[in-house]
Design a protein around this ligand. Structure first.
Ligand SMILES: Cc1cc2nc3c(=O)[nH]c(=O)nc-3n(C[C@H](O)[C@H](O)[C@H](O)COP(=O)(O)O)c2cc1C
Length: 162
C-alpha cells in the first residue's frame, strides 16, 4: 500500500513525530512534507501542531480533500497533557474528514512552546486574571521536555502495530 506523511510543524515538535513514522512504517512512503495534491497514496499519516484547539488550517484544508483513504492522525499540543484534551482536539479535526475515509489510528503528545508564550503569561496581572496563570506557567515548564523519548517510543510502538 502506498503511503504519504503530510504534516505541518512550525517549531519542529511535530516533525519529530513525522520522522518516527517515516522510520517505522512498512508501507512504501512516497512523500513526506507539507500538503501536496500531486501525491496519490492510499494511506495518509496527517499531522499538525495545535493552534486555537485545532490542527493548522492548511492541514484541515488538506484533510477536506481526502476521499476513500485510510488516515492516521498525529499531532503535538502545548496547553495540556491529557487524553481528554487530545480527544477534544481530534474531535475538532475529524469535522474536516469526509465519512468515506477510514481513520485507522491517532496519536497526540505534548510539545514544547516558544518562550514568548511564557513571557505572555508572566506579563499577566496575576491578581486579576480570570484563570490560574501559575498553572499555565507550570504547564509551560512541564512541556519543555516534550516530545521526549517516551512520547516517541509510544508512537513507534503504535506505528509498528498498524
Ligand atoms: C501561536 C501559537 C498558538 C498555539 N495554540 C495552541 C493551542 O490552541 N492549544 C495547544 O494545546 N497548544 C497551542 N500551541 C502550542 C503548540 O501547538 C505546541 O508547542 C506544538 O508542539 C508546536 O508544534 P511544532 O513544533 O510542530 O510547530 C500554540 C503555539 C503557538 C506558537
Amino acid at each position: 500500500m502506498k503511503s504519504a506523511i503530510i504534516y505541518s510543524s512550525k517549531t519542529g515538535n511535530t516533525q519529530l513525530l513525522a520522522n518516527v513514522i517515516k522510520e517505522n512504517i512498512e508501507e512504501d512512503c512516497e512523500y513526506i512534507g507539507m500538503p501536496n495534491t500531486d501525491v496519490n497514496a492510499e494511506l495518509y499519516f496527517v499531522g499538525s501542531w495545535v493552534d486555537k484547539g485545532n490542527f493548522d488550517g492548511v492541514i484541515l484544508e488538506f484533510l477536506k480533500t481526502l476521499k476513500n483513504k485510510k488516515i492516521f492522525l498525529f499531532g503535538t499540543a502545548g496547553f495540556q497533557n491529557s487524553k481528554p484534551y487530545y480527544d477534544r482536539i481530534l474531535n475538532c479535526v475529524k469535522q474536516s474528514i469526509d465519512e468515506s475515509n477510514e481513520i485507522i489510528g491517532e496519536y497526540m503528545c505534548q510539545g514544547k512552546m516558544p518562550i514568548a508564550v511564557k513571557e505572555k503569561y508572566e506579563a499577566m496581572d496575576l491578581a486579576n486574571a480570570k484563570f490560574n496563570v501559575s498553572s499555565f506557567i507550570e504547564n509551560f515548564d512541564l512541556a519543555l521536555s516534550h516530545p521526549d523519548s517516551e512520547d516517541l517510543a509510544r508512537l513507534e510502538n503504535i506505528i509498528k502495530n498498524i
